[in-house]
Structures are given as structure tokens and as C-alpha cells.
Design a protein around this ligand. Structure first.
Ligand code: AMP
Ligand code: GLY
Length: 423
């Protein structure tokens, strides 16, 4: 079948890499893609949220499956757009309905869902511009640090963690009254602070059944030792060494099952990935957030470990027969290290020539912010190239990624050299 992947990051290059290996895939397209996807698929210059243009392309190229990478088209309802169109409704879309995508699109919606289904998570209350005063009173009842979350999508920047109560009150006012994050912060969720170590768990679900994918830990801060500004992610390690069988069984019973059962009970159409951000408090897992897609760069470490044909799994998702397949995993560790443009996550330059990609032979190179310009590969984003390596020991895998990253060159290239420092 012909398949279209939507997105342009390292995550989408990884999807394309796995899908291109499938015997079930005839023609593969990526919209808009990057210089990496151009090597294994056909890039199409269409925006991931231009639904009419996507429709026209899908019909023209006889696409039978659409794999949605980022959250924006999901939150805007691309799955419903396909399901409700008589020309498109037979096409399998990997990605939840608009209602399902609210798990990521609204923090309050996610918290209400978690509480309805008795899934462990931090205590919370939500507030609007009309209830700023009540919000400040609620802050008084909590201990520092204070966690404030813009309800809507804020490009990963909508969560503030503040040490000081006056600062927390001022930021609450800023978010609600002065719309610090625009419409995303018209509502703010204030949460109990959870102290522990974070990990992410991924599932692929058809809305009734699910398969658990490998766990991963990502490194969000720009600076070594987890310091400095938040980024999209500077690297990932899979599996997470402390997620042993006992802990995973708790996650399965307390979080994964009730989440998928909850979606089914509420008749929420959900065919796609759920990326669950967790924190281990003592020995107990608690949910920090839901994402309705795969993570980036977690995908670059997680998907290469999946040995089962990805397109076959997606077909079972489409038919709601995921209970009929087993997932086979590579037991080795995979680590991915992200190289970024100097200055990222603040202002950075683009258009720098990248060399050395072809010299890397014993790691996998996944391109993110890259494009082709006059036959050269140049930087085109903050996160530029991810280097994924395997080994029985994650520390050895990391060494391989670091050795190979040294072969890459572009002006002001930066990467974190301390991944795994906390494990
Ligand atoms: P989120 O966008 O919800 O993933 O939040 C961003 C980051 O803030 C998370 O990855 C955590 O590091 C941190 N965080 C969010 N909620 C809490 C919480 N209740 N307690 C402690 N840290 C949190
Ligand atoms: N790496 C975090 C995310 O994809 O949201």
C-alpha cells in the first residue's frame, strides 16, 4: 500500500525508516519531510495542518494509510476530517480523534480523565481569569515548589515550576489576566509537586486493545546536569534501567489498562500512540501528562527496538485487531543523542552545511531540522540530527553515539555529553 507520514522531524524520519523496511509498503511519502526522509521516501511540500491539500494528495496518490507525527493536526481534528469524508473514510489514520487528542490539548481535560478513571496523578485544581483570587488562595494551601500549567498547547513551554509563593501568584496572574501563553493560558491547572525520577511509557492502541512499546527517558534541558532552558529533547535512552518488571506491572495495571479501558468506556475513538509521561514517586508511578503521539527524540530510541513490521501493527490498529499480534523487541539498549544549532532553544541560525553523515556506519542517523539546498544538506531547525546506537549496555551504546557524533560537523553544533548521568 501507499503510505503518507505527516511531519518533518527526527520522529518522522524514524517512522519513514521503519515503514520503508516493510514489505507491505509500496510508495512512501512524507509531508513536508526533511533531507533525511528525502533519501528513503518522496517529500511533499504540504503543511501538516492543510487538510484540504492533504486530501487532494491522498486521493491523487492512492494513499491507504496516514501516519500522523505531531500533535497539531490531531488536536485540529485530522482523524475526524478523514472519518467524516466519504472519499477518505476507508483510509487508516494512525492518530486519535479530536476528542482523544484533548488528552494532550487540554491539561484540565487530561486531569479530569485521570481522576474519573482512578489513575494515579498529582492533586490539582483549575482556575480562570474570573477565579484568580481563588487560585492564589489555593496556592497558599500548597507547599513549594508550585506547579502552574497552561491548559492548552503552548509549544512545550506552558509549565512553570516556581520556588516562591509570591512569584507563583504573580505568574498565575500573568497567565490568566495577561494571557502569558495567549489563549492556551485562559485556564491554568495548579498541581501538587511530585518529587521523583521521570520516565515515559508508550502504547499503541486500537481503542480497545493495546501493545506496550519500550520505555524511554528523555533529557529535556539544554544544559548538562539537567540545567538551563527546556528544549524539545536532547536525547533519549531506551529501556529505562529502573523500570523493572515489578514497576512495569504497576504501570500496566494502574495506568495503561485503565487509560485504554477509559477511552473505550467513554466511546472515544482512539487509534494511535499514547505517550504517557510518568514520575516514580517512591516506588509508585504517577501520571504527569498524556501526549497523543510519539515523543521526539524518544521515537528515535524506541522504534528501532521494535522488530515487528510497523505497517503490520498499524493495519491491526486500523482493523481494531491489535489483540491478534504480538510485538517483538530488540532486547538491547538504544540511545539517541541530538545535535542542535548553537543558540537553541533561543534564537539560532539556519542554513549551515552539515558534513560527515555518510561517515557514520555503526549508528543510525535520523535527521530532524535539515533540508537539501543546491545538493548540500544544511541545517533548517533547532534540533538537527539524532544519532542512535545499540548495545547490551546503554553506557556502551552512548559511547558509540558520542564517537559517531564527532564525525558530524556544522557551524556552532552543540550536544549534551552527559546523557544517562542520572541513571
Ligand atoms: P508537562 O508539559 O506536563 O510534561 O510538564 C513539563 C515538565 O514539568 C515535566 O516533564 C516535569 O519535569 C515537570 N512537571 C510537570 N508536572 C509536575 C508535577 N506535578 N510535579 C513535578 N514536576 C512536574
Ligand atoms: N520529547 C518530548 C516530546 O516529544 O514531547
Amino acid at each position: 500500500m501507499n503510505i503518507l507520514v505527516l511531519g518533518s522531524g527526527g520522529r518522522e524520519h524514524t517512522f519513514a525508516y521503519k515503514i520503508a523496511q516493510s514489505e507491505l509498503c509500496d510508495k512512501l511519502f512524507v509531508a513536508p519531510g526533511n533531507a533525511g526522509t528525502a533519501n528513503i521516501a518522496t517529500n511533499v511540500p504540504i503543511s501538516v495542518t492543510d487538510f484540504p491539500a492533504i486530501k487532494e494528495f491522498v486521493l491523487k496518490e492512492n494513499i491507504e494509510m496516514v501516519v500522523v507525527g505531531p500533535e497539531d493536526p490531531l488536536v485540529q481534528g485530522i482523524s475526524d476530517f478523514f472519518a467524516e469524508d466519504s472519499d477518505l473514510k476507508e483510509i487508516t489514520v494512525i492518530g486519535p480523534s479530536k476528542e482523544g487528542a484533548r488528552l494532550e490539548g487540554s491539561k484540565e481535560y487530561a486531569k479530569e480523565f485521570l481522576f474519573r478513571h482512578n489513575i494515579p496523578t498529582a492533586a490539582y485544581q483549575s482556575f480562570t481569569a474570573e477565579t484568580v483570587k481563588e487560585g492564589k488562595n489555593f496556592l497558599e494551601t500548597l507547599n513549594a515548589p508550585y506547579v502552574l500549567k497552561a491548559d492548552g498547547l503552548a509549544a512545550g513551554k506552558g509549565v512553570l515550576i516556581l520556588q516562591n509563593i509570591d512569584e507563583a501568584k504573580a505568574e498565575l496572574e500573568n497567565m490568566l489576566t495577561n494571557k502569558k501563553f495567549g489563549t492556551a493560558s485562559e485556564k491554568v491547572v495548579i498541581e501538587e509537586f511530585l518529587d521523583g525520577i521521570e520516565l515515559s511509557v508508550f502504547v499503541l492502541t486500537d481503542g480497545k486493545n493495546y501493545l506496550t512499546l519500550p520505555t524511554a527517558k528523555d533529557y529535556k534541558r539544554i544544559g548538562e546536569g539537567d540545567t538551563g532552558l527546556n528544549t524539545g529533547g536532547m536525547g533519549a535512552i531506551s529501556p529505562v534501567p529502573f523500570a523493572d518488571d515489578v514497576f512495569m506491572t504497576k504501570i500496566e495495571n494502574q495506568i495503561l489498562k485503565p487509560t485504554v479501558d477509559g477511552l473505550a468506556k467513554e466511546n472515544i475513538d482512539y487509534k494511535g500512540f499514547i505517550f504517557i509521561g510518568l514520575i516514580k514517586v517512591g516506588d509508585e508511578p504517577k501520571v504527569i501528562e498524556y501526549n497523543v503521539r510519539m515523543g521526539d527524540p524518544e521515537t528515535e530510541a524506541v522504534l528501532p527496538r521494535v522488530k515487528t513490521d510497523l505497517v503490520k501493527l498499524f493495519k491491526h490498529v486500523g482493523n481494531q485487531t491489535l489483540d491478534e499480534v504480538k510485538i517483538e523487541l530488540d532486547e538491547r539498549s538504544a540511545t539517541t543523542v541530538m545535535t542542535v544549532s548553537g543558540g537553541y532553544p533561543e534564537a539560532y541560525e539556519k542554513g549551515k552545511e552539515i558534513t560527515g553523515i555518510d561517515d557514520i556506519t555503526d549508528s543510525i542517523v535520523f535527521q530532524a531540522g535539515t533540508k537539501l539546498e543546491d545538493g548540500k544538506i544544511v541545517t533548517n531547525g533547532g534540533r538537527v540530527i539524532a544519532v542512535t546506537s545499540f548495545d547490551d549496555d546503554f553506557r556502551e551504546a552512548l559511547k558509540k553515539s558520542y564517537k559517531n557524533i564527532e564525525k558530524l560537523q556544522f557551524d556552532k553544533m552543540y550536544y549534551r555529553k552527559d546523557l544517562g548521568f542520572d541513571l
